[in-house]
Write a protein of this length. Sequence first.
Length: 483
Amino acid sequence: MKFIKEDFLWGGATSAGQIEGSWDVNGKTPTLLELTPYNEKINRKEMLFSSKTKDQYLKALQSNTKNHYPKRYGIDFYNRYKEDITLFKKAGMNIYRMSISWSRIFPNGDEKEPNRAGLEFYRKVFEECLKNKMQIMVTIQHFDVPLPIMLKYGGWINKETINLYLKYVEVIMNEYKEFVTYWLPFNEIDIAIWAPELGLGIFKSDFNQETGELKQISYQGLHNQFVAQAKVIELGKKISSNFKIGCMLANSTTYSIDCNPVNVMENIKMQQISRWFYYDVMVRGEYPTYSKRFFKENNIKLDITEEELLLIKNNPVEYITFSYYMTGTVAKEEIKKVNANLHDVGKNPFLEDTEWGWQIDPIGLRITLNEIWDRYQIPIFISENGIGVVEKLDNNFTVEDDYRIKYLSEHFEQINEALSDGVEVFGYTMWTPVDVVSASTCEMSKRYGLIYVDYDDYHKGTGNRYLKKSYHWFKNFRITGEL
Ligand code: P53
């Protein structure tokens, strides 16, 4: 059976803050990513995004800190991008999804002119992609609000940040219009609610969690991002008719734990709030009716103007993308929880999980694709999917990662099923073509790549790249197009 249509977009995804390193060169300012230390005592099954107080984050800027900050070094993509992009191409990829670091382009957010050194870096990266005949999908913000915007403006809860962001977007869209077709304004826009520090650029310690203040301001920040995204779509249409602008969500498909209607209803509510709400606003262009009840019950009052609502209505996204790693279960009563990383969900006895407790569910991908297609009928792109595993190079300088081949092929099979169901899936970028620093845990040893990178959790190693068994498999898979 043919899996890939000739024009199917097929590639890998990364983010600036997890690969580039060179965190303080050529004018770049820090982000919270580079102020979050590696903690070797983490409990992988329990690990959620770690959070520090504002003082702790700022102390990390002092040079005498003994902690190690892996995202300051990444995998040195800043210097090795040519080698990596060539390897991606040789793996049969025809698209590379990557992010631009705002703090390289407008280090303080509010300067009049962009930082040329930052613009030059991405131009070189894009030229390399073009040379290798690869399309580019750019994530405009991937967990990395510049620290100066956090300190001076309070991040996304301040509507002024919309203007700073739009200025940044206008510059990169004009600068790179001949390179980039696909744009995603925000990585996992729902992260604003699950990890507001990263999504919104706020310090959680500034807000009261007990009184609901944090929740209230998180939804306000999210609303401001909905507005910003609509403005990006409006702007993008003026800059180039080739642009295709979509949304991106951390998918959180859940199932009711059983057929008890009480639990089924609980799951419906969970799906509305953790999944449909975001798409409903971004695709249908309206706050859904059930969200009114949710806001009322949670005492959330938002500052939303008529003008903003009209803007959102008039500028829906053209396509949907999401990251897909796992699924969970939901019940009214307390059930055994697993680490779904962003929010607590229940265990599913039919699924196996990874060392981090992420429950592997290939059929869930087909379910998810069908559900999204049924509800919205706009094209879908899977912008992240993959498995993190602790791995070591063997004596042959490779990794026999049969588990990754199994994980990916089972998911590909379900994409194929969904295509046969008539779902319009137009592309897929795996997470990740090359090992990167983990977003949630800052571990280098949580490896997702087809390509092994010789750095450990303390950035010790040569940084050399080695091809895993899955790399060769992936490459051949693309060529034959057979399942
Ligand atoms: P790491 C949690 C759950 C689902 C997706 O995550 C998530 C997260 C946050 O970690 O985010 C995406 O590295 C994110 C990537 C990230 C990837 O998942 O924690 O867009 O930046 O690396 C995998 O294992």
